[in-house]
Design a protein around this ligand. Structure first.
Ligand SMILES: Nc1ncnc2c1ncn2[C@@H]1O[C@H](COP(=O)(O)OP(=O)(O)OP(=O)(O)O)[C@@H](O)[C@H]1O
Length: 313
């Protein structure tokens, strides 16, 4: 469990994290989302005591990180900047880490097995591909068999097989009852694995929610329906929670709050002929962009502005 209360971090004039309150619960995967520069890494560094909060507090499994006698057994982390000696083998790296933290040698073999590094464990870590390096970082995070696992952008740069592997690993860690906290700036990636979402922008909380709720708040799925008698169809479909838009005189209506099935059935009941019935799913990426629109630090130049002037607007 991770518990942040009014957590804040300033670097001189810059407020990186601005009064965050959140709880990350055990037994589920919680995604930590936000555009570049939102404050995710800073928050994660404060969770494990690599940065001191300017104000507020954050605890892991009930205590501040530095108050734990065996922190590696409490929280395993993969942070973006890895510090693996390039000349050491994966095995030597994990063994050294285990030795300095009172972790038995057999656990080194176990995490090498879990992360599928068996065939390369004797090779220099400096020669590792990005994917193998990520696996080694995760092996180190799991070394202390921690109750809480926190990974910063774990799938960055991984091939589809690596992404799938991490997804399955995170799900199984959560199923074992661990707290799993994983950051990303890609909604589509996190939505596949996370049950819960914490979304921040410019250091502030934007949403503490579930994927399903986020879609609902983004307006839910819209059904496009074309009917012979759209005015009559409007009357038939109207009700609480139903929103219908469409140009006057046009055959086509956009409906939220009813499924395509409901619309088809009601139209049939009232003898209204339909020409088209199409559900448009809310894209999670769109919902995320809508949520974070005002919090993006580095806005790109719209392509059309470049095209019309030949130079950045
Ligand atoms: N040591 C530092 N000194 C000054 N500013 C910093 C420092 N670390 C982070 N920042 C600033 O704080 C803000 C939050 O940065 P942070 O790296 O936590 O964001 P992030 O959400 O992890 O972004 P990304 O997805 O790009 O990794 C950024 O504007 C960043 O420039």
């Amino acid at each position: 469990m991770i518990d942040a209360k009014q957590l804040a971090k300033r670097y001189g004039e810059k407020t990186a994290v601005d009064g965050l309150d959140f709880v990350v619960k055990p037994g589920t995967v919680t995604g930590f989302l936000g555009p570049n520069g939102a404050g995710k890494s800073t928050t994660m560094r404060m969770i494990v005591g690599l940065d001191a909060p300017t104000s507020g507090t954050v605890t892991v499994n009930g205590r501040r990180y530095e108050q734990h006698r065996a922190p590696l057994q409490e929280v395993g982390t993969l942070l973006e900047a890895r510090s693996i000696h390039p000349g050491r083998s994966a095995y030597q790296h994990l063994r050294a880490l285990a030795l300095t933290h009172g972790i038995p040698r057999r656990r080194v073999d176990e995490v090498i097995g879990i992360t599928g590094l068996g065939s390369v464990a004797g090779k220099r870590a400096g020669a590792f591909s990005l994917g193998m390096g990520q696996r080694l970082g995760i092996a180190a995070a799991l070394l202390g068999d921690p109750r809480t696992v926190m990974l910063d952008e774990p799938v960055n740069g991984l091939d589809p097989e690596g992404v799938l592997w991490i997804r399955n690993l995170l799900t199984s860690l959560a199923a074992e009852g661990r707290t799993v906290f994983v950051s990303s700036h890609l909604m589509s990636e996190v939505a596949l694995v996370a049950d819960h979402l914490i979304v921040i922008g410019r250091g502030r909380m934007l949403a503490d929610t579930t994927v399903r709720e986020l879609v609902r708040e983004a307006g839910g799925n819209t059904v496009r329906v074309a009917a012979q008698d759209p005015a009559r169809l409007r009357e038939v479909l109207a009700g609480p929670g139903v929103e219908i838009t469409g140009q006057a005189g046009a055959e086509e209506l956009q409906v939220t709050g009813l499924s395509a099935r409901d619309i088809g059935l009601r139209a049939a009941e009232h003898g209204i002929a339909l020409f088209e019935l199409h559900t448009r799913q809310v894209s999670l990426e769109e919902a995320f962009m809508e949520l974070t629109r005002d919090s993006v630090e580095y806005q790109g130049t719209p392509a059309e502005a470049l095209a019309s002037t030949g130079r950045p607007a």
